[in-house]
Design a protein around this ligand. Sequence first.
Ligand SMILES: [Zn+2]
Length: 255
Amino acid sequence: MFLDCDISAAAGYTSQPQISRVLSEKWFKENGYCLSCDNDGLSQTPANTKASDFVCGQCSESYELKAFKVRPARTLVDGAYNALMSSILSGSVPTLMLLERNDKWQIQGLTAVHRLFLTPGVVEKRRPLSLTARRAGWVGCNIRLDLIAPDALIQVVNLRNETDKEFVRERFQKLNRLRAIPLSSRGWATLTLRVIRSLNRSEFLLEEIYAQEPLFAAFYPRNNNIRAKIRQQLQVLRDLGYLEFRGSGKYLLII
Ligand SMILES: [Zn+2]
């Protein structure tokens, strides 16, 4: 992986968004690889394909590239709310690839956000554009990265250091197990995982997860039996190989 962009590719372009798009896409096309299988090259999708920039010809995993000078920690501004929600609901939402570069277009970081963690609960609707705007009434959205379990974020390049490709793929492919959970309950499972990760240790008690009941209630205000749902999600995570039950309300995170 070369960690410098070929700036000459942007010759002739004057607008910053265009320059950013041309340079980041060229770099990713030459250096990106599939995280979900052993394919070392990705194909760029036609320019007008909605919300997906690259696809793996071998396993069809799709990727959307976004470039930043500084990667946002909390809020990722995305496009149309309805378009993102329908791609989530249909299961076609791509994995996000967040590229960080400096002024000289040297790649500082590349972080994947696994698509199975992009659930309706992490999408925030923005206010419709005002009537005086060119696209009056258009509704955009934000992806709330801070609401996503840290598991979903995989650093492919970190502080100009490339992470071992096999390690990256192993982590990504472990997350593919979440495919077994239907979208209707995947938000619960990933929220439970986020709460467990926030404890910062591998051994924990059921009581500690129950203590976060207000957080679950904020996400699912219509659910009247949150504790039962939490226990069910712990079983789901156990069945997927994330947890071990140790008895007497004790659990061990093993991934
Ligand atoms: Zn692939």
